[in-house]
Ligand binder design. Sequence first.
Ligand SMILES: Cc1cc2nc3c(=O)[nH]c(=O)nc-3n(C[C@H](O)[C@H](O)[C@H](O)COP(=O)(O)O)c2cc1C
Ligand code: SF4
Ligand code: SF4
Length: 596
Amino acid sequence: MSRPPMRRPPALTPWPLRDLLGRAVAELDARGAIFDLPVGKWHRPVDGVDLADTVGGHAVGTPLGPAAGPHTQLAQNLVLSWLAGARTLELKTVQVLDELEIPRPCIDMAAEGYNVEWSQELRLDESLREYAKAALMIAVLRAWEPVRAGTGEPGGHVFELSCGYDLAGVRSAPMAAFLDSIGDARAAVDAQRGGIPPALAGLRDVEVPARLCTGATLSTFHGCPPDEIEAIVRHLMTRHGLDVTVKLNPTLLGRDAVAAILHDRLGYHDTALVPAAFAEDLAMDRALELVDGLAAFARAQGRRFGVKLTNTLVVANERGRLPGAQAYLSGAPLHVLAATLLAELDARLPGRLALAGRPGGEVPVSFSAGVERGNAAEVVALGLSPVTVCSDLLKPGGYGRLSGMLRRLADEMRAAGCADLPAWRARADAAAQVAGHASAAAAYAAHLSSPEGAAPYAAGAVRKPLKRTGRPLALFDCTSCHLCVTVCPNDAMIRLARPDGLEDRLTRRWQYLCLADLCNDCGNCTTFCPDDGAPHRVKPRLHVAGREAAAADSDYRVARAGGVWTADGARRNDLVAALLRDLPLPAEDPEPEEAP
Ligand SMILES: Cc1cc2nc3c(=O)[nH]c(=O)nc-3n(C[C@H](O)[C@H](O)[C@H](O)COP(=O)(O)O)c2cc1C
Ligand code: SF4
Ligand code: SF4
């Protein structure tokens, strides 16, 4: 069959709410999962241990969440985070330049993390729609009994805005309109309500807070001039009524200290620093002044001001896996850098940071740097809140790794006889005092500077070879390891069961396909696929959302008609169509009324 010509589509075509919720309902019923996260990987409160925390004056069910990044851009990503136990969700950074061309691939998580992403890939109006859609979806799912049976009482959650990068951009008309709509999102949320599918019709009027975010984190990255940081914070507080957190960069430690940790202590000798990044970024003395001045300004305005440690470290991109001259380092080595910076800031701002054992500390500190199962409980004990994660969620297991971190935190608290987070933090503070440290943060930094404490973060421990089969990856039948599904932040890879009777044409029970609308070519599935090839390019690429599809051999335009899915591609349409019978997405024709 000849096909009409197809053009290369935009990187992301978000799915409408009807399809996302329709998929959630069908998938929970058929597979005991939502967006490929099985109920067993959802977070469920543990009896006798209360993980509740307070973020920006809001009660939240746990202290963890995803950091601004690939897990917080599309609506289904935010839902996945929430199911896994995230209760502070830091939205992907928005800025006025909303038609950026991101180089691909943009993520390399083979060991320590590297990326070349910037801010949102969606236009500002699309980002608003995704955030409103996510807020509504979470409100619906948390009120829906079958989900409630898996999550138990989830406690509160908050969305934290993330924005950048200069004053003119933040004050521009498009950004002002975006921020106003975040401040009163009723229209954006109500525009989505018609997309709540019939199975959930009783929840169409579920309550969603009018204000999507009460706090914003300012990303001081990509050359955000230090003298503008202060002005942006003031603007966000006064014009938009937001509490503001400034996300600091590890360059604040200075080049010599960073080199001593990264190269000498941890052994990442081939990760070269970029001197200009240190010269351009905020320096320590100016940062201390800035914290002082902005904390006072916030107090006068009746707002909160906090800091976040840290953004990624700009390094030379010499590993040959990502395009461009520079890349941004995250993961294990960043953990040691950020913990060292925390101890230094705490020492240089005595009593000012709201950490464990600092009842008078007025400046809350949130954290994102190499947090994973082995250290999340320790980091939470320092009084950091929220504790956010990016790189670790891009490793096999994906979002489900968050619930593992929460389980370990609860287990450790229970073993120590701590019923809640204040007790857990007081215990860490008391232990630090007994050991002669000025604070729990100082004790933790000292631990990471010891050979034993540094060992798990060193290049030798982190850079383990990934499994490779040497077999070429093909359209159908692969090692069927499922890794591409779990490592995809957008849940753009899906597995479908081979229908009975096709055993002679498909050897494997599970076949893997790409939901191409949701794939932005980040490359993470390719890193982890043990077969030789790129899953998101080689496997059948399903274009469900109705936009024109690219004309590669693996592209399929799929459509629903009369309760069945059809597939139209260059080859083996019958096999793809047969597999689509297992697609956990209703095949009824959508009604036209819905906003996209
Ligand atoms: C792929 C990727 C994209 C990111 N995008 C953003 C972003 O848009 N805005 C931002 O402030 N930080 C961004 N970050 C930085 C993270 O929010 C986080 O601060 C950093 O990765 C350190 O945490 P981690 O070690 O857990 O990854 C990104 C990180 C990665 C890996
Ligand atoms: S399918 Fe692969 S390349 Fe596409 S978004 Fe997911 S991980 Fe990235
Ligand atoms: S495409 Fe690769 S990563 Fe995905 S299941 Fe097959 S072998 Fe595993």
